[in-house]
Design a protein around this ligand. Structure first.
Ligand SMILES: [Zn+2]
Length: 203
C-alpha cells in the first residue's frame, strides 16, 4: 500500500512538473531588478543595499524560468544604472508577456515590516491576478506579514504594455527583515516563490 501511495505521489509530482514546464514554455518574461549602479535604492538597517538584493533575486528567478523553457529579458543583469524609461522600453520592445519588478521596501520607522505587491490602478485585470499570485506566494514562502496587494501609479507599472506587477519583498529598513534578506537562502526562497507565482499565473 505504501508503495502505491509513493508511486502515486511520484506520478502527481511528475505530472505537476510537466504541466509547470509546459505552462511557461515560450513565455516571454521581463524581470526588472529595481535600481542599480549609482542608484542603490534603499540602504538597509544592516547595511545591505536594495539594488544588490533585487538583482540577486532577479537572477535566481531568471535561472528558474529559463530552466522551465521561458524566455527571460532582464532590464539589467549587473550593477549598472538603467532609467525607468529604458526599463519600460526593454519590456515593450521585447514584446514581453509579463513584467515583474523586484524591490525591497523601506520606511523611516524601523518597525515597518511585511510584504506587499503592486499593480497599476488602471492596468489590466491580469496585472491584478499576477500581483495577487506573487503576493500570496511570497507571504506563504517567507511567513512575513501580509500587507496586501495594492494599486499604484509606479512608472514601470504604468508604462509597460503587458500585465505587470511590482513586488516589495520585505522591509530592508527593518533590522530583522534586513538580516533575512542578507541570507542567500532567503533570497532563493523569494525567487522560488515568484517563480511558483508565474507558474500559477500561466496555468
Ligand atoms: Zn526600490
Amino acid at each position: 500500500m505504501k508503495k502505491i501511495v509513493a508511486l502515486l505521489a511520484l506520478f502527481v509530482a511528475i505530472s505537476f512538473l510537466g504541466n509547470a514546464t509546459a505552462n511557461v514554455s515560450g513565455m516571454i518574461v521581463c524581470i526588472d531588478a529595481g535600481h542599480g549602479g549609482s542608484d542603490s535604492g534603499a540602504v538597509g538597517a544592516c547595511g545591505l543595499l536594495e539594488k544588490d538584493v533585487n538583482l540577486d533575486v532577479a537572477m535566481r528567478l531568471k535561472n528558474r524560468l529559463e530552466r522551465s523553457g521561458a524566455r527571460v529579458v532582464m532590464t539589467r543583469d549587473g550593477d549598472y544604472y538603467v532609467s525607468l524609461e529604458e526599463r519600460c522600453a526593454i519590456a515593450n520592445n521585447a514584446g514581453a508577456d509579463i513584467f515583474i519588478s523586484i524591490h525591497c521596501n523601506s520606511y523611516s520607522s524601523p518597525d515597518a515590516n511585511g510584504i506587499e505587491t503592486y499593480w497599476y490602478t488602471y492596468g489590466s485585470s491580469n496585472s491584478e491576478i499576477l500581483a495577487s499570485e506573487i503576493q500570496y506566494s511570497l507571504v506563504s514562502a517567507l511567513g512575513l506579514r501580509d500587507r496586501g496587494v495594492k494599486q499604484s501609479g509606479f512608472y514601470v507599472l504604468k508604462n509597460t504594455a503587458m500585465p505587470a506587477a511590482l513586488a516589495e519583498l520585505a522591509f530592508i529598513s527593518n533590522p530583522n527583515e534586513c538580516d533575512m534578506l542578507s541570507d542567500p537562502g532567503a533570497r532563493d526562497a523569494c525567487a522560488e516563490a515568484i517563480f511558483r507565482a508565474v507558474l500559477n499565473y500561466a496555468g
